[in-house]
Write a protein that binds this ligand. Structure first.
Ligand code: HEM
Length: 381
């Protein structure tokens, strides 16, 4: 996507376009992206046709997701959920993430190759998000289908078929989580569902519909993107062997390395807003009702912000990338995603020598909003 971003930016950092029949303002400039993301006059909306009755379930669920809420509803929902998603609670998962990674690697002991996407990143992200939410382990294998179908409903490339699948999947998930909520109401456990049901803050609590929507949001937001971050990390490091060796020798460099991977191949490439009034930024007036597409992957390669933006450098500092967004909707799972990626990468590098890409050509999925490999085969000694 990067040459396209460059081309757009050379016209203007906020430029009118009509990508895949989506007319709107395309934002490639870092400063402009940041200004728009922190300006609540640019609102989040459900990315579905206004009139369609056919996708009622999908629409209702998305309506209750914090991602598509604006103030003051967003503040309320985010407050109630973030309370059970604190850095302390994430840190508490560290030993579980370590054990999960080690168990997975142990399974490949006799192998000479793996598909990083389906054998490693996917089971890891599924196991962790399933544990957090409180989905029984044996059901976690369904996560891939769930999240793969759901992610297509929010990507630009969505077709009628994708929306049909997404709506059908949402009905299954809604009923599934409804059942789980009922179970947890009777016998609470140490999981997010139980906490979300029970937690009352300042006299307020989530409705069952909001708990369901939150769980489904976490399945989409917390799964697909993390799989992509881990897979993209392995590609980038294998393509930069000197930096891979350096990281192998100095594992403490991992925090900076993950930030650079997030910047360089941002798993979420794009997010969208709608102007709620006429707004002028950098001499561009966006009219009330205009769609605004913020290309995070482009902002993260803006030469006005990052020196040599197309240079991958795990020592880059500071690295104020926008891979997790910015402002009130800043990713709630950022700390968790970082921790998972840091442990996964360091453990994989320490596990075997001579990791190599099995084939030079990479299979990127045909999504516009996400930087996502369909498979990534690697070999090792
Ligand atoms: C929001 C990226 C992992 C939960 C966001 C946004 C971005 C993002 C860009 C902001 C969207 C916007 O402003 O329109 C990522 C990336 C991840 C990741 C790149 C992994 C590498 C996770 C994980 C979770 C999560 C692991 C939870 C388990 C959320 C939630 C929101 C969100 C709940 C909505 C926050 C709000 O609307 O206030 N994420 N995310 N994300 N993310 Fe993530």
């Amino acid at each position: 996507p990067y040459p396209v971003y460059e081309e757009l930016r050379s016209i203007h950092p906020i430029c009118w376009g009509n990508m895949m029949k989506n007319p709107g303002w395309y934002v490639t400039g870092y400063n402009e992206a940041m200004m728009i993301l922190k300006d609540t006059r640019f609102q989040n909306r459900i990315p579905l046709p206004q009139t369609s009755k056919k996708y009622e379930c999908l629409k209702n669920i998305q309506h209750d997701m914090m991602l598509f809420k604006n103030q003051p509803d967003h503040k309320r929902l985010r407050f109630l959920v973030s309370n059970v998603f604190t850095p302390k609670k994430v840190e508490y998962l560290r030993p579980f993430i370590h054990d999960t990674v080690n168990d997975l690697l142990h399974q490949f002991q006799q192998q000479k190759s793996i598909d990083v996407v389906s054998d490693f990143a996917f089971p890891l992200a599924s196991l962790i998000i399933a544990k957090i939410i409180g989905v029984p382990q044996e059901e976690r294998y369904q996560f891939r289908k769930w999240s793969a179908d759901l992610i297509q409903t929010i990507d630009f490339t969505r077709s009628r078929q994708a929306l049909d699948n997404g709506n059908a999947m949402t009905i299954i998930l809604r009923d599934y989580f409804k059942g789980l909520i009922k179970k947890r109401k009777n016998s609470p456990e140490e999981d997010l569902i139980s906490l979300l049901i029970k937690e009352e803050q300042q006299g307020d609590r989530l409705t069952d519909e909001e708990v369901i929507a939150t769980c489904i949001l976490l399945v989409i937001a917390g799964h697909e993107t993390t799989v992509n971050l881990i897979s993209n990390s392995i590609v980038l490091l294998l393509k930069h062997p000197k930096q891979l060796m350096e990281l192998k020798e100095k594992p403490f460099l991992i925090e900076g390395a993950v930030e650079e991977i997030l910047r360089f191949e941002s798993p979420t490439q794009m997010t969208a807003r709608i102007a709620s009034e006429d707004i002028t930024i950098n001499q561009t007036t966006m009219k009330k009702g205009d769609q605004v597409y913020i290309l995070l992957g482009a902002a993260n390669h803006d030469p006005n912000k990052f020196q040599d933006p197309h240079l991958f450098d795990i020592m880059r500092y500071p690295n104020p990338h926008l891979a997790f967004g910015y402002g009130s909707h800043f990713c709630l799972g950022a700390q968790l995603a970082r921790l998972e990626a840091q442990i996964a990468i360091n453990s994989l590098l320490a596990w075997k020598d001579n990791l190599k890409l099995a084939a030079p050509d990479l299979q990127w999925r045909k999504l516009i909003g996400f930087r996502s490999l369909s498979e990534l085969h690697i070999t090792f000694d």
